[in-house]
Design a protein around this ligand. Structure first.
Ligand code: SF4
Ligand code: SF4
Length: 490
């Protein structure tokens, strides 16, 4: 963690600050978004501008497109991503995972968590600031609509204080109406990732009474997202998100973080018009002119100059704000920048640590195992058991027969014609009833009769191997036992 710099006195918060007056000298004792009694302090962040904000905006458009189009993308007929908790069916990159794929699911989860650890150890909270759906939707969609309707921070603050008039009511009503509509779209998108677009379409088009549960979730998700983006906002990152909580345990002195270069910036102090850079330096002043621009753009209301803080989502707004100040006072950019603690303290270049290498090796091993499991797993899961209570029978021609029950789970999204062949020993296998065709994502159950010649049978139980074929290709091999008479009863 980057330590906060020593300061002469706590800097006074200017009147246009996004938060009420806060004594920053005890900033670790309270949240920037709450007063001492715990009441919420509403944040009015100033509109950020700059190269990082532009890059994040472009990336956000791409991510939003992927997020909203995602449920409609199909790979081999399967969705790109489906997390159907209700039916315990999961699709990742077109690959279906069933509860039966326990090991594969466990490895997938391990990859997910190891990936987070590797990524965070190396790049800090890059995910939070650049790609997290909460940040992207809040800062790039909802916040921008708010700026468009209510204006920048100072206009929003004035509007909040102003008495209710038709103009204020119109602004507030239109903003919240748009927020509610957008929350409905976001909620339905989430629902599409859970139940799939087909089911979502039937909920929308069928009479409401037919899908009361689905409609209830639709309303709940809409209200949930409206609550998050209209009211809860940065509190979701500070109080709810588990990633933000445990991320501090993953950072080390080589992790890249957004931070203030206190060696260069301190002692901070306002810039007098007539003061030259040399005069400022000889007066013991650093590059920070204490303008609070970095604080006024922060969507979580913190002062990055106090060091790395859990509220910081690494959104880069303070970098852009400070860079523009540095340009104006003709000082180099980067007083607030992406760097590691070692970079700030010792000027070290970024390096790969042993801990990171260890995490990377583990991650690569898990990805290798996942690929192996995916490419070697069968399209079906089958069991082949002797029918309950059935004994062997001797046929008129002297052969012996056993009755079995075969259960075949089709894990694919296409119907599968299935053929069963007796691989060993030689004999005959007959499926009772119609030929087996297992509908997609369904389980089929059939009775099967196997007949063996006494000559190939062993005493008591004979091992039997049955091949499961689809379109001439063997997709599974099953082993079972064939019961017959013992030698002493020959
Ligand atoms: S924007 Fe830069 S110069 Fe201004 S207070 Fe923040 S760190 Fe200091
Ligand atoms: S401190 Fe800077 S990077 Fe962190 S949340 Fe605030 S503006 Fe974003």
């Amino acid at each position: 963690m980057l330590a906060p710099p020593e300061k002469e006195t706590a800097a006074p918060t200017p009147p246009e600050s996004p938060v009420k007056s806060v004594d920053w000298s005890d900033f670790r004792e309270h949240l920037a978004t709450a007063d001492k009694e715990g009441h919420r302090l509403w944040i009015y962040p100033r509109k950020p501008r700059g190269r990082f904000t532009s890059a994040r905006t472009w990336l956000s458009w791409f991510l939003l497109a992927v997020m909203f189009v995602g449920p409609f993308i199909r790979i081999n007929g399967n969705p790109l991503l489906l997390l159907n908790i209700v039916e315990r069916k999961f699709v990742i990159l077109g690959q279906i995972f069933w509860p039966q794929d326990m090991i594969l699911s466990a490895v997938t989860l391990l990859i997910f968590f190891t990936g987070i650890i590797v990524f965070t150890a190396a790049f800090g909270r890059l995910w939070c600031g650049w790609t997290c759906p909460q940040t992207v939707l809040m800062e790039m969609v909802f916040r921008k609509i708010e700026y468009f309707i209510e204006g920048d921070a100072h206009e929003q603050r004035s509007l909040a204080k102003a008495p209710w008039t038709m103009g204020k009511a119109a602004k507030k009503f239109s903003k919240h109406a748009i927020f509610l509509g957008l929350s409905f779209i976001v909620g339905n998108t989430l629902l599409a990732y859970i139940i799939g677009t087909e089911q979502l379409y039937t909920i929308v088009t069928d009479p409401p009474a037919k899908h009361l549960t689905g409609l209830t979730f639709m309303i709940l998700f809409t209200l949930l997202f409206y609550g998050i983006f209209a009211r809860f906002r940065e509190q979701a990152c500070t109080f709810i998100c588990p990633y933000g909580r445990f991320m501090s345990t993953l950072l080390d002195e080589n992790t890249i973080v957004v931070a203030y270069d206190h060696q260069r910036g301190e002692k901070r102090g306002t810039l007098r018009r007539t003061q030259t850079a040399e005069q400022r330096k000889s007066a013991g002043r650093g590059d920070c002119i204490d303008c609070h621009q970095c604080v006024s753009v922060c969507p979580t209301g913190i002062d990055i100059r106090n060091g790395t803080q859990m509220e910081c989502v690494h959104c880069t707004a303070c970098i852009d704000a400070c860079d523009s100040v540095m340009e104006k006072i003709r000082r180099p950019r980067g007083l607030i920048r992406y760097a590691s603690l070692n970079g700030f303290e010792r000027g070290e270049r970024l390096r790969v640590t042993a801990r990171l290498v260890g995490y990377l090796v583990l991650l690569l091993a898990l990805i290798g195992l996942w690929l192996f499991l995916v490419f070697t797993r069968s399209d079906v899961q089958a069991t082949f058991l002797r029918a309950q209570g059935a004994l062997f029978q001797q046929m008129p021609d002297g052969h012996f027969s056993n009755l079995y029950t075969v259960k075949i789970m089709n894990k694919t999204s296409r119907d599968m014609p299935i053929e069963l062949r007796l691989e060993s020993p030689s004999g005959s296998l007959q499926v009772m009833g119609q030929a087996i065709v297992v509908p997609k994502e369904k389980l089929a159950e059939n009775s099967v009769l196997i007949e063996l010649d006494r000559k190939v049978m062993k005493s008591g139980s004979t091992p039997v191997v049955v091949g499961v074929y689809s379109n001439g290709r063997r997709i599974e091999t099953l082993k079972t036992g064939f019961i017959g008479p013992r030698d002493d009863t020959k």
